[in-house]
Design a protein around this ligand. Structure first.
Ligand code: PAF
Length: 302
């Protein structure tokens, strides 16, 4: 199978490294940054269970080197999805299956009516980029994928092949009947944790202490009200789920706090910002989230 992973961040590196270690696939990693792609020297280093594993693959910044592929795992940040799709044009033909894995919901706007198959991915895999080309597998969680709309048998066959591939690479994966509800479940976890940890400059576990906890719960409850108004049924109680993630990842520095610390653009627009936009369309009040958006923007644009 010919596979391209786009984006050498934590999740993209983890998927690429895992696939390279499993079966004999024609595996490529596409990086928009040509200098970094050259420095990676056709390999990644995977830190797993205390071992360092060298994972060979072809790495390029020029999608023409790759050509059409069967499967694309799109692992760039939400705000970079449109640019990544433009860069990846030579990879994408009518029979290609693209699976995007982004936080938030903004990417969904640019991923419909495309001339190839697009299924949505939601993963609970834990990965940390230790340095460019060096990823640590933090913990295994379930990966869920599915199309947002009914598809042809051909597309479903492709999806099954992708699920089989990921499972064969030890990434536990299933086709989830209502993928949008899982996108929203993850969104609400990020709504509760990411902005607040960035503002308070604290690890995820600190949000379980007052007064942060009350604010986190309020933000998630607002999100649940928006989901309800949109007719999205959440798979589980979002407040309980968010608190559980805080416990499970107590020592983690959230991706948004990492972005703030590195002076990088955050995903606030894709997460709390996208939520407030949907709330506005439906007249659902979301003052806690509006304030979180305002405060995170203040942190990044002093
Ligand atoms: O974005 C993140 O950091 C993660 O999605 C999560 C679950 C909040 C854990 O840090």
């Amino acid at each position: 199978m010919k596979i391209a992973v786009i984006g050498p961040g934590a999740l993209g590196s983890l998927f690429a490294a895992g696939i390279s270690r499993a079966a004999d696939h024609d595996l490529w990693l596409l990086d928009h940054n040509a200098q970094r792609a050259a420095r990676l020297d056709n390999k990644l280093l995977l830190n797993e269970n205390g071992r360092e594993l060298v994972c060979p693959m072809r790495i390029t910044a020029d999608a023409r080197d790759i050509g059409p592929v069967d499967l694309v795992l799109l692992c760039v940040k939400s705000a970079d999805v449109a640019d990544a799709l433009a860069l990846a044009q030579p990879l994408l033909e009518a029979n290609t299956l693209l699976i995007p894995f982004q936080n938030g919901i903004r990417h969904l706007d640019v991923l419909h009516d495309l001339p190839f198959h697009v299924a949505i991915g939601v993963t609970a895999q834990g990965a940390t980029l230790l340095a460019p080309g060096h990823v640590r597998h933090g913990g295994s969680g379930l990966t869920r994928i599915n199309f947002l709309k009914p598809q042809s048998d051909r597309a479903l066959k492709k999806l099954n092949t992708a699920v089989h591939l990921l499972n064969s690479c030890s990434f536990k994966t299933e086709i989830s009947p209502n993928i949008l509800s899982h996108v929203w479940a993850k969104l609400l976890v990020n709504v509760g944790i990411n902005a607040l940890t960035a503002i308070l400059n604290c690890p995820n576990g600190d949000l379980l202490k007052e007064p942060a906890r009350t604010r986190m719960v309020a933000a998630v409850r607002e999100g649940a009200a928006v989901a309800k108004a949109m007719g999205i049924e959440l798979p589980t109680d979002p407040v309980a789920m968010t608190q559980q993630v805080c416990r499970d990842t107590a020592a983690n520095i959230s991706s948004m706090l990492q972005d703030v610390r590195r002076g990088k653009k955050t995903e606030i627009e894709a997460i709390n910002g996208a939520l407030t936009a949907e709330a506005g369309k439906l007249n659902v009040p979301v003052p806690v989230n509006e304030e979180l958006v305002r405060q995170v923007k203040e942190l990044t644009n002093p």
